[in-house]
Design a protein around this ligand. Structure first.
Ligand code: T46
Length: 134
């Protein structure tokens, strides 16, 4: 089966003092980071996302706790679990995504290759589907 999810694995560094994970733009992820945001204190039962982006490229990392993500490219749908602080989920443009089942302690770190721009969002699923038809 074709898989939509692509992952980036980051090196876990550490010593007797604890652990550390470094993410270098253009090395560990394939773009330069222009924006970082994080999602936290999401009430259980709440789902977020429900959109795709025209151009934005992102990587999502659950740096604390866990959540699930539904991915949909207009043809294939896949559900993945984000539960590792050393693993990033690739979230390229034109991939419909919905995040759900957030644990109480979930902090979802998002690395983005561009600034916030509402006009880059496709929030209507029918519009998204029409754009995926070639
Ligand atoms: C995405 C998923 C994974 C800003 O003003 N600046 C920002 O950089 C962001 C990300 C959001 N906002 C505003 C826009 C809304 O008024 O914050 C509010 C919440 O954003 P939204 O409803 O889009 O949040 P999510 O969790 O549905 O989606 C977010 C990102 O917006 C989106 O790009 O891919 O996380």
């Amino acid at each position: 089966m074709t898989e939509l999810a692509k992952w980036f694995d980051f090196n876990q560094l550490g010593d007797e003092r604890g652990l550390l994970c470094a993410i270098e733009a253009q090395r560990c992820i394939p773009f330069s980071i222009k924006r970082i945001y994080y999602i936290y204190d999401t009430d259980s039962g709440v789902a977020r996302g429900f959109h795709a982006h025209h151009k934005l490229d992102q990587v999502l990392i659950a740096v604390s706790g866990n959540c699930k993500v539904k991915l949909d490219d207009g043809v294939i749908t896949e559900h993945v679990v984000l539960d590792s602080r050393t693993r990033g989920l690739s979230m390229p443009a034109m991939l419909w995504h919905e995040m759900y089942d957030f644990s109480d302690d979930c902090v979802l770190l998002c690395l983005a290759d561009d600034y916030y721009d509402e006009s880059d969002y496709i929030r209507d699923y029918n519009e998204f589907q029409s754009l995926t038809i070639v």
